[in-house]
Design a protein around this ligand. Structure first.
Ligand code: GDP
Length: 300
């Protein structure tokens, strides 16, 4: 929690502390509630969730009457956790089939941290005693396969790659085939996220998905979004969700933004849980997303 708190310091300062300070005012007048609303909107919580939260807070503060800082903190904590959907299943599934490894496809726009996330996830799985094969199906960005392979070598996972500009689907197919041949537990497939045309993206990701499913079940399609891009991230999320069934969201670069409220907005947008969060560039900077711990880090 100490580390999470340090990494979320920016959001903590503006969102968490901001809300607590405002709520602690003696006179919670109309202006103060507006400031609370602004604080939430500035942190990218989104319009509808902001209104819901303010309404619930107002009602609860009213019922409470006189209030201590501890009561206010507990109340804010509860309401933020409610907003984050405490009942979502946030486990990254990697079960696979009877004879096939678990398969996870990682999608998202280039630059969001897809390759890094794939590498970090491989590290987590290997540390957990699972054997991992990486599929470098991002053939669009020249250095992506090298980057993924470097991660693979670091964590002890073989990387299946093809020629630069090669067919992503055939690399994905080969990666799962290799995973089966090796008896690997999990295959992670890094894909390319070209957004210039939706049909292009749809064709490519759809094809990767189809060829992977020729071997066996696809356990997860994780959408990687860069938390620092704010509303733009939501636009991307929408496009990807139209193209492929997203099963979980990875929100990266939360260490670099004061807009931690985007977690709430993006889940609301897709109806899909944030499963992992990126908190830095280092190999250990990928964490499971837990609403309780997240809120505790935010409100200190
Ligand atoms: P891709 O094009 O989507 O595969 O993006 P990369 O994985 O190459 O990441 C782009 C940049 O973002 C790299 O410099 C990463 O180190 C950085 N990055 C990825 N995740 C995080 C994160 O959680 N926090 C920070 N601060 N940087 C990150």
């Amino acid at each position: 929690l100490v580390r999470l708190r340090a990494r979320l310091a920016r959001s903590q300062n503006s969102l968490g502390k901001g809300l607590l300070t405002l709520l602690s005012r003696d006179n919670l007048d109309e202006d103060t509630w507006e400031e609370i609303e602004d604080t939430l909107l500035t942190a990218d919580v989104g319009v509808a969730p902001t209104q819901e939260l303010v309404e619930r807070l107002r009602e609860r503060v009213r019922v409470l009457g006189t209030r201590t800082p501890e009561e206010l903190r507990a109340l804010l904590r509860e309401e933020l956790i409610t907003l984050l959907g405490p009942d979502f299943d946030r486990e990254v599934k990697t079960e696979g089939g009877a004879e096939t490894p678990g398969v996870v496809m990682v999608v998202g726009v280039n630059g969001t941290g897809k390759t890094t996330t794939t590498g970090k996830l491989a590290r987590v799985l290997v540390a957990d005693g699972r054997s991992v094969v990486l599929g470098a199906a991002d053939t669009f960005r020249a250095a992506a396969a090298d980057q993924l392979q470097t991660w693979g070598e670091r964590v002890g996972a073989r990387t299946v790659r093809g020629p630069e500009g090669g067919d992503p689907a055939s690399i994905a197919y080969d990666a799962v085939k290799e995973g089966i041949a090796e008896g690997a537990d999990v295959v992670l497939i890094d894909t390319a996220g070209r957004l210039h045309t939706k049909t292009g993206l749809m064709d490519e990701l759809g094809k990767v998905k189809r060829v992977v499913e020729k071997h066996g079940p696809l356990d997860e399609v994780l959408l990687v979004l860069d938390a620092t891009t704010g509303q733009n991230g939501l636009v991307q999320a929408r496009v990807f969700a139209e193209v492929v069934d997203i099963t979980g969201i990875v929100l990266t670069k939360l260490d670099g933004t004061a807009k931690g409220g985007i977690v709430i907005a993006v889940q609301r947008e897709l109806g899909v849980p944030v499963k992992l969060i990126g908190l830095g560039e280092g190999p250990d900077d990928l964490a499971p997303f837990e609403p309780g711990a997240f809120v505790d880090a935010l409100i200190g």
